[in-house]
Ligand binder design. Structure first.
Ligand code: LLP
Length: 431
């Protein structure tokens, strides 16, 4: 289809005129579980993990998957079984990660606002490190350690004040963002950490933002982070790791130029470490990719309910909504859309708004998108829905949570059922 931006994928392609996930036709999945439904390709997840793991093969490393991107237990278990670690931001994510089989020593805990109970739970579970990004939080961690009679491994997440040049809602590395400790503040607190019998500084960390279109800001941030790490070591820290955060990009389809491959981001990390003198065999590099591991492994399968022309607009009303995929409404995000029936190469394209049934004008999947003529009853696959789809879902308008299906070659398994009516009032008390 000319003029339509669809990222190439070996995992979602047309077989005999119909779109398949690996070897399973999406039509057959819709027939089995109905729509809307998330469908994930296991091979795509494996391959994405392999390419990031490979990009860091120049040094000891741990890929710690950002669970917030997609916490489905089967997705987590798949990554855990490959040796992947987990980056969590809540005890809920820790419970998911542990249940799915991530060993606690491969779990790092990030986040600007951890409750004391969460810090206690993480300490009791024996996770690898609590990443601290606030002096008051450091006080709480130290007092928890004292109470438990333990020395707790911590990381210091610093804010390198580097512009990630990404969407402002997913940029986190600038001084005015709420994330991380300013380096002078982290530096000032260092003697206290090194003296404390209850704290062990095991890592320094940063995360400058998501969807980095160029590896350059990452290189710059890592040189700054590496410089800080070096000063920590010089002052006596027995540093075990440098955590470079997430941000590995994925292709949604609207990119003007393709993003550099994982290898280029690996190389930027290597250069930043080398420039700071911290490319060392005794220091492990941790990275926290989220969307790059699972984003393009997933589609949101939806059925067209109706079409209508109103004023100058042509609407395609589908059964998926902002409740399943909020990214277009929240960030104006672009998601490629593929009809399940392969359009003829010369199919005439019509500009349409693809919208959901939710009672909000912001409930859209795509605006002014050129698509072949689509009739009610047809199925569409919304690409790039494997990350921040199910995790950001809601039950607004009393909509059930959609099922999730994991495909492996010619086999597909339902890994979450569609929620039933009881989930709509779960926990409520009818007074
Ligand atoms: N590490 C930390 C500390 C993070 O805060 C994040 C994402 C990641 C890693 C993973 O980032 P990724 O590799 O997936 O870009 N809901 C937004 C994304 C928010 C990301 C927040 N933090 C979206 O749908 O684009």
């Amino acid at each position: 289809m000319s003029n339509v931006h669809i990222p190439e994928s070996p995992w979602f392609s047309y077989h005999d005129g119909t779109l398949a996930c690996e070897e399973v036709s999406l039509e057959s999945i819709a027939a089995e579980v109905d729509t809307p439904a998330f469908v994930y390709s296991g091979a795509a997840i494996d391959e994405a993990y392999r390419s990031i793991d490979e990009a860091l093969s120049f040094t000891p490393h741990l890929v710690a998957y950002a669970v917030k991107a997609n916490g489905n237990l089967s997705v987590l278990a798949r990554l855990a079984s490959q040796g992947c670690g987990a980056d969590i931001v809540s005890v809920g994510e820790m419970q998911r990660a542990l249940k799915a089989g991530f060993p606690p020593e491969r779990i790092v805990y990030s986040g600007v606002g951890k409750r004391r109970e969460e810090i206690v739970a993480a300490a009791q579970a024996g996770i690898r490190a609590l990443h601290v990004e606030n002096i008051q939080e450091l006080d709480v961690v130290e007092s928890v350690a004292l109470e438990l009679g333990r020395t707790l491994p911590i990381g210091l997440r610093v804010n390198p004040d580097v512009d990630a040049k990404t969407h402002p809602y997913i940029a986190t590395g600038l001084q005015e963002s709420k994330f991380g400790l300013a380096i002078p503040v982290a530096e000032a607190v260092l003697p206290r950490i090194l003296k404390s019998p209850h704290l062990e500084l095991e890592a320094v960390a940063c995360h400058i933002g998501s969807q980095l279109s160029s590896p350059q800001p990452l290189r710059e941030a890592i040189e700054i982070l590496g410089g800080f790490a070096k000063r920590c070591v010089a002052k006596g820290a027995r540093l075990r790791a440098i955590d470079v955060g997430g941000g590995w990009p994925m292709h949604y389809g609207q990119e003007v130029d393709p993003y550099p491959a994982a290898a280029a981001f690996g190389e930027a990390i290597r250069q930043g470490l080398e420039a700071s003198g911290m490319l060392r065999p005794d220091i492990e590099i941790v990275t926290e990719p989220g969307r790059a591991l699972v984003g393009d492994a997933g589609v949101l399968l939806t059925r067209v309910l109706y079409t209508k022309t109103q004023g100058t607009r042509r609407f395609v009303i589908v059964d998926a909504a902002m409740t399943e995929l909020i990214r277009p409404a929240l960030y104006g995000a672009y998601h490629a859309i593929m009809p399940i029936t392969e359009p003829a190469p010369n199919a005439k394209l019509v500009r349409v708004d693809v919208v959901g049934p939710v009672c909000e004008s912001g409930d859209f999947v795509a605006k002014d998108r050129p698509l072949p003529d689509i009739a009610p009853g047809e199925l569409l696959a919304i690409r790039g829905a494997g990350a921040y789809g199910r995790e950001m879902q809601s039950m607004y308008n009393a909509r059930p949570l959609p099922p999730e299906v994991l495909v492996d070659g010619a086999r597909s398994r339902v890994v979450r059922r569609r929620s039933g009516p009881e989930a709509l009032w779960h926990g409520e008390i009818l007074a």
